[in-house]
Design a protein around this ligand. Structure first.
Ligand code: CMC
Length: 389
């Protein structure tokens, strides 16, 4: 019944048409809705870029203010959600808790969204953006045993992230504007990356007309893996290993080049970007700014700088076009900001949320059919039933 093409990992199969993100790995180009990532990272804010990704055009000042106000209508999370988070052990990985809590939001918002109704779609989107940030930070507060914070509607989205994470019950709290600015950039750079594993998952789950919360929850699970969003955690673990070993970066460079040694320099090289990762260039600048301004003195960061400088002039790395990728620098910034290693992938999820929403919305609006790949069966031919009992 028809001819089936086998393409494991969908390396050569397009799953959809999309107007959201353009990516050219050979030339190192990344654009959201036609705007270069360089321009957006430098000139726009994360809420502005979220609006652009989801609705297709940059918002006017009035549209952006309205978007912000509409998000703020939904920043309270049902108190009963706290019973759910209380059921997890303190040692639970934040990504598992985030996926579960996102899915649990469905229980408190059981009405299916009518995607034909623009107002209902808009409200569901604002609700998701508001509640996701709050529950993402709750996963950290839980591991620390801190009381859970609420969104402060007098502050902006990224500033709220810092408050939700780090504000303690007593004393004043003001997020450092340099940190807020660096995080804003990081979130923008993670905003969308066309049909990557988690985004394809969101579209696939949504194609069965499962709701937005359920689809996003599945995206969080897909992002969790070390081959995807988990790579930023691996970079920091490698730097810690080098530090524990005495900090000899030359030794680890030699290991990375030794074909008999499986060790690789984590955070170098990329499957799609073969010249450079445009996001890494922008992040590197932000990382330097953050480290200099905060005057951070951390042996791990010194090791990262030494490795980066050595690899950029090393014949092995240069000839193979192995440049630092986005994960190399993002982990360094997160660490400098005091964000624990197991929260790194949650940071990625917060940045990727508008991309997931945009892709889900596009998929539903384009009335895409349910995702249902075929297979090539390699099992037994028909066998006669004979009990083995
Ligand atoms: N350290 C040392 N050698 C490397 C590295 C590295 N990080 N990356 C690639 N090479 C070598 C590899 O051994 C091969 O050498 P040769 O030609 O002599 O056999 C050559 O470079 C080409 O490598 P490849 O494995 O064929 O390239 P790939 O496109 O299949 O792999 C990669 C890309 C990202 C998986 C790989 O570069 C890697 O493992 N990097 C480290 C892990 C990492 O940082 N991952 C995060 C990627 S960005 C996150 C995302 O966007 O999802």
């Amino acid at each position: 019944t028809g001819f089936i093409t086998l393409d494991p990992g969908y390396k050569n199969s397009g799953s959809c048409t999309s107007e959201i993100t353009f990516l050219d790995g050979e030339l190192g180009i990344l654009r959201y809705r036609g705007y270069s990532i360089e321009d957006l990272a430098e000139k726009a804010s994360f809420p502005e870029v979220s609006y652009l990704l989801i609705f297709g055009e940059l918002p006017t000042a009035q549209q952006l203010a309205q978007f912000d106000a509409d998000i703020k209508k939904h920043t309270l999370v049902n108190e009963e959600m706290k019973n759910i988070i209380d059921g997890f052990p303190k040692t639970a990985h934040p990504m598992g808790v985030l996926s579960a809590l996102t899915s649990a939001l469905t229980a408190f918002n059981p009405k299916a969204v009518n995607v034909e109704n623009e107002k209902e779609m808009y409200e569901a989107i604002c609700k998701t953006i508001a509640k996701f940030l709050v529950i993402a930070t709750w996963t950290y507060r839980k591991t620390m045993g801190y009381p859970l914070n609420y969104y402060d509607n007098t502050k902006g989205y990224v500033e709220n992230f810092m408050q939700l994470m780090f504000r303690l019950p007593t004393g004043p709290y003001a997020a450092n504007p340099i940190i807020v600015n660096a995080l804003d950039k990081l979130f923008i750079l993670h905003g969308d990356h066309e049909q990557n594993c988690s985004t394809s998952t969101v579209r696939m789950v949504g194609s069965s007309h499962a709701g937005l919360f359920a689809s996003i929850s599945a995206g969080v699970s897909a992002l969790w893996g070390p081959l995807h969003g988990g790579a930023n955690q691996a970079v920091l673990e490698m730097l810690e290993e080098i530090n524990k070993d005495g900090g000899d970066t030359d030794k680890f460079m030699a290991k990375a080049k030794d074909k008999n040694d499986p060790f690789r320099l984590m955070g170098f090289g990329h499957r799609v970007y073969k010249n450079f990762d445009p996001r890494a260039r922008i992040i590197k600048k932000a990382a330097d700014e953050v480290l200099n301004t905060l005057g951070v003195d951390d042996p791990i960061l010194a090791i990262a700088k030494k490795l980066e400088a050595a690899a950029l002039v090393d014949e092995y790395f240069v000839s193979r076009k192995l440049y630092p990728n986005v994960d190399f620098y993002s982990g360094i910034i997160y660490r400098a900001l005091g964000i624990p290693t197991d929260m790194f992938t949650v940071m990625f999820a917060i940045g990727r949320l508008p991309g997931w929403i945009a892709q889900w919305k596009e998929m539903r609006e384009n009335k895409e059919p349910i995702g249902r790949p075929r297979q090539i069966y390699t099992g037994h031919p028909l066998r006669e039933f004979k009990s083995n009992k």
